[in-house]
Design a protein around this ligand. Sequence first.
Ligand code: TLP
Length: 349
Amino acid sequence: MRIVDLRSDTVTLPTPAMRQAMFDAELGDDVMGEDPTINRLEAMAAERLGKEAAVYVPSGTMANLVCLLSHCARGEEAIMGHMAHTFLFEAGGSAAAGGIHPRTVPNQPDGTLDLGDVEAAIRDPNNPHYPPTRLICLENTHNRCSGAVLTPEYMAQVRALAGRYGLKVHLDGARIFNAAIALGVTAAEVASDADSISFCLSKGLSAPVGSLVCGSADFVRQARRQRKLLGGGMRQAGVLAAAGIVALETMVGRLAEDHANARRLADGLASLPGILLDPARIQTNIVIWEMAPGALEAAGFAAAMARHGVKVGVVAPRRIRAVTHYGIGADDIEQALTAAKAVLEEKPA
Ligand code: TLP
């Protein structure tokens, strides 16, 4: 049976061109600034994101942590959504490694933070009872909000608010190219109102390893120090960065296929009794839905789907996530829909 793995776009494997580029990569000691392949990838990333500089790090988690550590000192506060990846899924790294106080405000279903909520969360800097607010963190696309896209107009409003209070803006752009493709703008436009951006090569772009942190030259100098502190200086890692260069050169445009497949999946699932999903909300490659009251719980549904060769992720007792990516075609979406229909029919009335 063919296995259709929709658990995450992190499961993507490098393309043959990436493997060849890895084999051929020119290498050096990156901690000494001498890996030509990493230097090239960093220059490309900075150019694509419209920033002065970039630094290559091992993971999206480290990319966000390096940014938070560069912006905030111990005891300072970072505002973020209650469903932000930085808050939910990074092992509390900003607090554990940086003593940074995360202050959550509710994520709206479209991934935004209400500007009134953000403003109300900003502390009075003259009151010694409070940790000083330093940073506002956004996520685009928003993982737990079903791949929702923040618009450049919204980002500009957050930037203006941050500017009024002297705060910085960090963008977790793990899937920034999905956002750019969905909006029909460049990644630089999506990133233009952020002081720092992290983005991943090893999700929809299919490289095996690595993320980039982008920002001003000064910011990236600090980020490089934080990367070293965290043990992320990787020496001859150009062997990995080579795949990242191929990813940026060849894998961005095709993300539109993943978005079309996600929409097809969402349309099909929404028509099944037992699944609660508004397909119009699916803008990129992440489809999250609720199991209706009376239908199987998420864990039971995911286990039954796996018996039909389709892997999905359980994100809450009644909530499931499926992510489309390189290697998943229209046939696989059909297999997933056929499996879902069969599983829902299997359930005794
Ligand atoms: N997300 C993973 C899991 O950790 C949930 C996934 O399968 O989606 N920011 C965002 C928005 C992310 O979705 C992720 C990974 C990261 C950061 C962290 O990237 P990695 O896994 O490279 O540390």
